[in-house]
Design a protein around this ligand. Structure first.
Ligand code: ATP
Length: 234
């Protein structure tokens, strides 16, 4: 049984059909990449899984349970967390406040988790009282990932983690992604930087205008003529 199973998913914004009949699976322990041009429907797909958007058709199953109509906070409780495009940290709150927010669905103490995040992301630890809005772009991205991790997700949805970051920071973010996966977190990754994402993932799905065009093992697709032409600059 796949951890995430999307079947025939369609999501509209009014008259715009953003996602049309999409089916994909993510197995436990995998990193799966979703690539596609701007407006292909990648973010829409993630937001349907995290239950921020309501599909018009299709189903989403998580750990064998139908979550197609589950409220977003229930999805977090089940183990789905999203690090959104553009990080969306609370700029006027401290790093620590942002992290605590990530644990809002949890009962009991999460002090040990805070310490774990500060160990994993030492730069956040040094800046725990700093306002999140004054962090660098890379630090804000780390905060967005750490905030998502505070809910102890089984499935982490990462939307464009490399967006607007310097190459050295991008490498750091991707090494964090690999570490989290090595520690058992399953990851569904949306990325503009297709080569990087494919190198960091087991499998890749390619979306065009809301529909899947092809999919396969990342190591094979990264050498596929069609992918090379369209997404890897020939
Ligand atoms: P990008 O790489 O640019 O972030 P994406 O693949 O994530 O693109 P989506 O953000 O999912 O694409 O958008 C898919 C389509 O839905 C686009 O045509 C977009 O204009 C449209 N869309 C997205 N959000 C809305 C909205 N709130 N209202 C209306 N249309 C929307």
């Amino acid at each position: 049984m796949a951890l995430l199973e999307i079947e025939n998913l369609s999501v509209n914004y009014g008259a715009i059909q953003a996602v049309r009949g999409l089916s994909l699976t993510v197995e436990e322990g995998e990193v799966v990449t979703l690539i596609g041009a701007n407006g292909a429907g990648k973010t829409t797909t993630l937001r349907a899984v995290s239950r921020l958007l309501r599909p018009v058709a299709g189903s989403i199953r998580f750990a064998g349970r139908d979550i197609t109509r589950l409220p977003a906070d229930e999805a977090v409780k089940l183990g789905i967390a999203q690090s959104p495009e553009g990080r969306q940290v609370l700029a006027r709150q401290s790093v620590q406040d942002n992290l605590e927010l990530g644990a809002y669905t949890r009962k009991g103490s999460f002090r040990a988790d805070l310490n774990e995040m500060y160990e994993r992301f030492p730069r956040l630890g040094e800046r725990r009282d700093q306002l999140a809005g004054t962090l660098s772009g890379g630090e804000q991205q780390m905060l967005a990932i750490a905030r998502a991790m505070m809910s102890r997700p089984k499935l982490l949805l990462l939307d464009e983690p490399s967006l607007g970051l310097a190459p050295i920071i991008v490498r750091e973010i991707f090494s964090i992604i690999r570490e989290l996966n090595a520690q058992g977190v399953t990851i569904l990754l949306v990325e503009q930087n297709a080569r990087l994402a494919m190198n960091a993932s087991h499998r890749t799905y390619v979306l065009e205008a809301g529909q899947l065009t092809f999919s396969g093992n990342s190591a094979e697709l990264v050498n596929d003529e069609r992918v090379l032409q369209a997404y890897l600059g020939g």
